[in-house]
Structures are given as structure tokens and as C-alpha cells.
Write a protein that binds this ligand. Sequence first.
Ligand code: DAH
Length: 347
Amino acid sequence: MTLQERLEELRADAPARLEAVVTLAELEEVEDGMLGTGSPLAEARRGMRDVAPEDRPAIGKLINEVQQEVSTAVDARRGELAAAEQAARLETERVDITLPGRVPARGAPHLVMQVWEEITDIFVALGYTVADGPEAETAFYNFDALNTPEAHPSRLESDTLYVAHGDDPEGVLLRTQTSPVQARYMQEHDPPVYIVSPGRVFRRDATDATHTPVFHQMEALAVDENITFADLKGTLRYFAREFFGPDRETRFIPHFFPFTEPSAEMLVSCFVCDGAGCRTCGRTGWIELLGCGVVDPNVFEAVGYDPTRVSGFAFGVGIDRLAMIRHGVPELRLFFDPDLRVLEQYR
Ligand code: DAH
């Protein structure tokens, strides 16, 4: 094959050879073969001095043309391959910015705390203030100041958790009710008194569907001139309507509490059976919601108020029970279960 023929062959084959190349690395090899020192073009240039002078212009022209064409074709192919590689990289390294971000888990108040806040707000809106008291309480405030006789069954160790503190084995206890806050507050403040006191209370109860050894109450106390049982009923009815809406029935039945006279219990119709009777309500159709009454004069005397000048009402409501009734939670103990699946339902 003559030099011209080889150059023509290179020129003719170049497009197909470049087309066959798929990576930039391969392209370099092929480029070297077609344009490098071992290529027919280099050879032709080296052989120019042996070419007859009259043929040189034609050969020289051919060399330049082929050189020009082939390198233009190589550059074009390089551009194509570089673009393809870039596109492939963009595809594999692609970040989908439309995906939702990973949201860190956020806490929320426990359902019992939500209800705690809500019922507190109902009374704050009525002009009540929030009062607080200790969870480790003295027998004086938990029982004596509240007109609870020495022999009252709730004082028994089977009902009350006593704290080993001081000489008297029954002097300090975990408060069994939020009622002692009444006595503490009245000792410190003159009437009129309008307070609520939400808090944690403790009893030596066996755990069942509606009892746990720790639970929550909100105490309320109103003391002023001429407060009657009618004020109590009106306030509690208003509270029940605010909290439950019109669907749940309420009713008062006579009861006994040492610190109120008369005393009553307010019941609500059972949220599980709607009054028919089931396990949750102990087959009665009603759930005890709270105890209440007109403050006993002995309590006023114990804290230094004059029972001939002031009167008052008080009640204590189970916060956990309110939460169960409103949200249809069948078991009180679920509130003390750290299972997030339980808690997450009530965000
Ligand atoms: N302390 C009572 C209890 O735990 C509830 C209660 C009843 C509170 C009557 C009161 C009241 O203030 O007047 O069962």
C-alpha cells in the first residue's frame, strides 16, 4: 500500500473507529494510533524528504487535510464522550432535593399534662389562681386540718404510703389527695379565696383498670361571703360543659368527706358503654369523677377562719380520669406506660 493509500484509508476509517470508542481513556489510545508518532501521518511527514519534489505539494496537502480532519473528528468525539460522562455522573450522584427531610422526633406534652393545663385554664379564666403544695406532706395537712378523725380508714397503712421521717411513724406521708393545699393556702391568705391546685397524689392501691398508686388530682377551693351549694353545682356544671361538651351526662349523689358538709360525688356517664354497664365503670354505667361539698366549719377553724363570716365550697377531681373519659382510654395504667405507641396517639 502506498503512503497515499494509507492516508486515504486512515481518513476513510477514522469516523467508524472514533464512533466505536466509548470512554475518554479509549479515545486517547485511538487518537495516539491515528495522530501519534507511530501513525501513518507521522510516517508520511518523516518520508517527505524522499518524495519527488514535484509530488511534494500534493502529498503535503493530503497530509494536512487528513491531519486536520482526523483531529477535528477526535476533538468532536472527545466533546461527546466528556458530555456523556458528565451526564452519567450527574445521574448517579443526583440528590433528590424534593424528598422530604428527616424530621427529628419531637416531644409533646403527655395527655395527662394536656388535660392538667386545660382544666387549670378553665378555672383561671373564671378568676381562680393556681396554688401549689408539697407531695411529701404532714399528716396534719393531709388529715387533721381537714377534719379527718384519728381513726379514719384512709389513714391506715393499707391506704396511705408513709415516709420514714422524724419520730412519729405516721407524721409524714405521700399526700393521698390535693386537699391539703386548701389548708396550707388558707393559713397563708385571708379570704376571699379562689384557687385550683393540680398535682400528683399517691395511694397504696392495687393497679387495675381505674387505679394506679400514683395519679393526679386538681383541687378547687372557693371561700367568700355567702357561698352555697348552689354555687358549687353551677361551677361544676359549667366546668363539665366546658370540658366534655354536651354529650356526657353528669349527676350528683350524696357522699361523705370529712372536710365538707354536705358532701357529694359528681358522676359522668361511662364513655365505654355509654351508661349500659361494663368493666370500666364496674357495671354501674357511671364513673366517679370528683368529690365535692360545702367546706366544713371545722376546717375553717383549723386554719383560723371565722365560719360565721365566710363559707365555701371545694372539690377534688381526678385528672387522669378526665383524660380517660374524654379520649376513651380504657385503662388508667396506659398513662404510666412508657410505650411511645401509646403516647404518640395523643399528641
Ligand atoms: N380529696 C378527695 C379524694 O381524694 C376529693 C375531694 C372531695 C376533694 C371533696 C374535695 C372535696 O375538696 O370537697 O377523694
